[in-house]
Ligand binder design. Structure first.
Ligand SMILES: Cc1cc2nc3c(=O)[nH]c(=O)nc-3n(C[C@H](O)[C@H](O)[C@H](O)COP(=O)(O)OP(=O)(O)OC[C@H]3O[C@@H](n4cnc5c(N)ncnc54)[C@H](O)[C@@H]3O)c2cc1C
Length: 362
């Protein structure tokens, strides 16, 4: 088959979930530049589902994704405690007020009772019991499998190098050959603006920011039942992992060109310093380190829907630090925009449309 109804560019979680949503009704081509899907942001996440993460504009997408993720067995209980220092009562109040009408369960707590070894100054906390681990690899494979079973075709090592539209169809030049499709979906993560430029669409201003993660062993190991511990001030979070390990980030956001992101020593040192200021656990071993790019639109809201100026070009971009936990609902919104159907989720699609940045003029 050489002509497709839609070509989706990028086979990370965004492209894979969109392919799974569309393939039952369309002939779908999924094009990935790397030799395996999920090599970039999708394969580098911290792997949690937190309804408050990303703020109130993202929470409806995360919450709406919960039932599918739970039913599929992709979530495991974790819980989250957002912590703040004594004196930061206003930050706690603002956080609680932000989500007061959201339906997300949030309970003020003294975090020191839940996290043995937390230094005394971290006296304020909010418990988010619904926070969960996400099995990212299984979810990504699930979407790719659903898409394939419904007839979607995936090409790896197929970086898109040229896009031209004539007579209502796109000609797509890739490193794996030329393809034709009626529609295009841009799920290229950090490269979303570059793909838009290839299609003759205006750039939205999607920017990529590097985030560093480290895997540690600590003495003592995180206690049984340790939750995800997040600084409400946004300077670190850490999360218990199997085998008594812990994942830690300094919550960095370093402006980066789209690339194969790698961690830098300074960010690892900052992470450990912030960790040791939060708990009295000793860092016994630094086992693993990695970094990935989180890509944001200028208003930090994701971008789903048709380009207002270029016919047949759809955006599925700007998933920031929440592209895994929002994938089911986001794919539903993007698929509804492409198919011209009503979204199955009770979410206003208008706030995610690319038209908020782009002129309707070509
Ligand atoms: C350190 C870190 C921690 C995170 N933690 C979480 C978390 O706990 N929970 C959560 O929900 N989210 C988390 N995120 C965010 C999440 O990983 C991203 O939002 C999500 O993976 C974005 O998916 P994507 O498919 O848009 O991007 P990507 O996974 O980057 O996929 C885009 C793909 O497009 C391909 N591509 C680009 N240009 C072309 C081209 N021209 N032709 C063909 N293919 C192309 C790329 O090769 C890439 O594979 C985290 C991210 C990072 C970096």
């Amino acid at each position: 088959m050489s002509r497709f109804d839609i070509a989706i560019i990028g086979a990370g979680i965004a492209g894979a979930s969109l392919a799974a949503a569309l393939a039952p009704q369309m002939r779908v081509l999924l094009l990935e530049a790397e030799d395996r899907p999920g090599y970039h942001a999708t394969g580098r996440s911290a792997a949690f589902w937190s309804e408050t993460y990303g703020g109130p504009d993202v929470q409806p997408l995360t919450t709406a994704s919960g039932p599918m993720l739970r039913a599929g067995g992709f979530l495991d209980p974790l819980g989250e405690v957002h912590i703040a220092r004594r004196g930061d009562e206003a930050a706690v109040d603002t956080f609680l007020a932000t989500f007061a009408d959201s339906g997300v369960t949030l309970e003020p707590v003294d975090p020191r009772g839940r996290i043995p070894g937390l230094r005394d100054e971290w006296a304020l906390g909010v418990h988010e019991p619904g926070c969960a681990y996400i099995d990212v690899a299984a979810l990504h494979q699930h979407f790719l499998g659903e898409a394939r079973r419904a007839g979607a075709v995936l090409h790896l090592s197929a970086g898109v190098t040229g896009l031209t539209r004539a007579a209502g169809a796109w000609t797509i030049d890739t490193q794996a050959g030329r393809f034709t499709a009626d529609l295009l979906a841009n799920a290229a993560g950090a490269w979303a603006d570059a793909v838009a430029a290839l299609a003759g669409a205006a750039r939205i201003g999607i920017r990529a920011y590097r985030r560093t993660m480290v895997q540690l062993r600590t003495d003592p190991a995180p206690p049984a039942g340790c939750p995800l511990v997040s600084d409400l001030g946004g300077s670190f979070y850490f999360k218990p992992e199997a085998g008594g390990r812990l994942w830690l980030t300094p919550h960095d956001e370093i402006d980066s060109p789209p690339c194969d992101a790698a961690p830098e020593e300074i960010d690892i040192a900052i992470a450990i310093d912030r960790f040791e200021r939060a708990v009295d656990w000793r860092v016994a071993a630094l086992e693993h380190r990695w970094a990935g790019l989180r890509s944001f639109a200028p208003d930090r809201r994701p971008v789903y829907g048709p380009d207002p100026a270029v016919p047949g070009f759809f955006w599925c971009a700007g998933q920031g630090g929440f592209g895994i936990q929002t994938a089911p609902a986001a794919a539903g919104l993007a698929a509804a925009a492409i198919l011209g159907t009503a979204a199955e989720f009770d979410i206003d699609p208008a706030r995610y449309l690319p038209a908020r940045f782009l002129d309707a003029k070509a």
